[in-house]
Ligand binder design. Structure first.
Ligand code: T46
Length: 136
């Protein structure tokens, strides 16, 4: 799955009054958007994530500030720096992710393909690695 991860360039409407970016489900992201959530007020030095998803696909956007996303599909690791509000990081299913190095005041906006379901989470790394070993 790591080779399916990519930065999506979102539309930018530049304007002297301030810029605007918009996202339409199945148009700018490859799924219908079922849920939106955002991480904010993250204290310096904190990390978020530390899990993978069985079916959920997501797009992560640094709506403000910056943070790093460390990805692991059990075969390779890759780190992405998100620091532009018009970049979306597409994450397919079955990717272990950790978010770190949040800048002060940063906001991580997430577009998700499914509603919240705790059963969709791998929160144990060893279980995740065991299961993806069985994937075709
Ligand atoms: C992900 C990263 C980037 C809900 O009730 N509804 C929701 O939609 C979400 C996302 C979370 N929650 C509850 C579940 C936990 O009791 O909020 C609490 C914190 O969730 P979690 O520890 O999973 O938060 P993060 O920041 O570690 O992870 C979240 C997403 O869960 C995850 O899918 O990819 O952000």
């Amino acid at each position: 799955p790591l080779d399916q991860v990519r930065i999506i360039q979102l539309p930018r409407v530049q304007d002297p009054r301030g810029n605007l970016t918009f996202v339409e489900g199945e148009q700018h992201v490859p799924f219908d958007i079922k849920r939106v959530y955002y991480l904010y007020d993250v204290p310096g030095g904190e990390t978020r994530g530390g899990h993978a998803h069985r079916d959920l696909e997501q797009v992560l956007i640094a709506a403000s500030g910056s943070f790093e996303v460390v990805l692991d599909d059990g075969r390779a690791r890759r780190t992405f720096l998100l620091n532009r509000p018009y970049h979306g990081l597409y994450l397919p299913r079955l990717i272990w992710r950790e978010l770190e190095n949040f800048s002060s005041g940063s906001v991580c906006l997430v577009l998700a393909s499914l509603r919240y379901d705790e059963a969709d989470y791998y929160r144990d790394y060893d279980e995740f690695i065991r299961d993806i070993g069985c994937q075709p």
